[in-house]
Design a protein around this ligand. Sequence first.
Ligand code: PLP
Length: 481
Amino acid sequence: MSASSESDDLFAMPDLDRGAPKHHFPHREMPGPEAYQIVHDELMLDGVSRMNLATFCTTWIDDNARRLMAQSVAKNIVDKDEYPQTAELERRCARMVADLWHCPDPGSTRGTSTIGSSEAAMLGGLAAKTRWRKNGGQGIPNFVCGPVQVCWEKFARYFDVEIRQVPLRGNKYMLEPDDIAAHCDSNTIMVVATMGQTFTGLFEDVAAMSAALDDLEARTGLDIPLHVDAASGGFLAPFTAPDLVWDFRLARVKSINASGHKTGLAPLGAGWALWRTAADLPDELVFDVDYLGGSMATFNLNFSRPGGQAITQYYDFIRLGRTGYTRLQSAIYRVAEHLAHGLTETGLFEMIHDGTPTRGISAVSWRLREDPGFNLYDLSERLRSRGWLIAAYPLPADRQDETIMRAVVRHGFTHDMADLLLADIDRCIDQLKKHPLSTSLTRKEAGGFTHDATAVVSDEAIVTEVQDLRRAAGDDPANIR
Ligand SMILES: *Cc1c(COP(=O)(O)O)cnc(C)c1O
């Protein structure tokens, strides 16, 4: 019999008896099961995404959502005419989100699904830039913001808009509404407010920012719109902090983006961009495509894109409704608060965001109270040895010399998992105290895995790190090289 007889063990097959092709386009073919096993097994090294508390993105979806995703795998969302019901579900979702965010007329406004908040943010920014030009704006446009996610730096660079990031004042973590006016001028196309800062998880005070801009308009006549980046907050605050006014209830808010694939609970690859009224999205940005004998407006940076995410988002919306989302998100916040409580109990940390639903997203961020002989990068790295990914990173300008840590608590992270994590944190702290590293890790050496930065780890850093870990583990120094 040939080597591929069914009774043969997969791991004795010739293709598994050698390394996988890595550097050149492979010449030979191999049977599907073998290729599958190679790819599947390599990915084990990625670890367990549900233990990744650095990401904001969905890491747990139910079986129904999985089935819908699998059934939609071949559907291109851009082909509105070919897949009219996918287009219809997307449209319904946009209307539902418009309703959720208190759009004055959810039925007539413009909204679209995107691949994520980054694309949705770019669309919001482009609409603001186009409105400004149409109103006679000349020269180099700018926008004003506090500490923002990297997508806004991308928007600035890719679309020739100056980003005016207001530096952090004193002991503040967020943009102070009073600081806005000094950075605005007649070329300011928008102010970007963040509902759920990447760094701390805190909500910026959108209502106070809006009031500051009202005041600026009364004094100078400058009428500057707000765009709200509600990547994570957009599907939390409406359910768990309904009295917080941050959305289209504020007339100055002209557009909002959110990630369906974060707290919207959709699988990865779903975002939403919504405008207050149809007029806030200039026609120049709208392209008509064929749809059921007529046409349908589209406004996206991408062309082909999978349809499953919007389909599954619709499933999430009708399955959970307001009561379901409220129940589920409240449960997640309770876990975040439990985690914050446990971290405070260690006595080592000061909470920046303790998971209170009215203050920020379902996340916890903290800093060291004093120097315990190790830094947060050391702790992050040590926790990684147990499979937990928890981001440590410096604050933005002007507080870059401070390091903080953040854990995003998401659907699928339970009270019990928080207890397991807290026990591991205690254990890691004990170990770091007992076996201090000869030199603490820097951000890059610790992997630098935050959701907003590219991870860069040099080979040299890995070697040093492994040496440090072996020293810490009590290996004979003579054997460490
Ligand atoms: C995650 C995030 C983004 C980017 O969203 P993607 O969906 O990952 O493209 C933008 N802004 C904020 C505040 C975020 O948290």
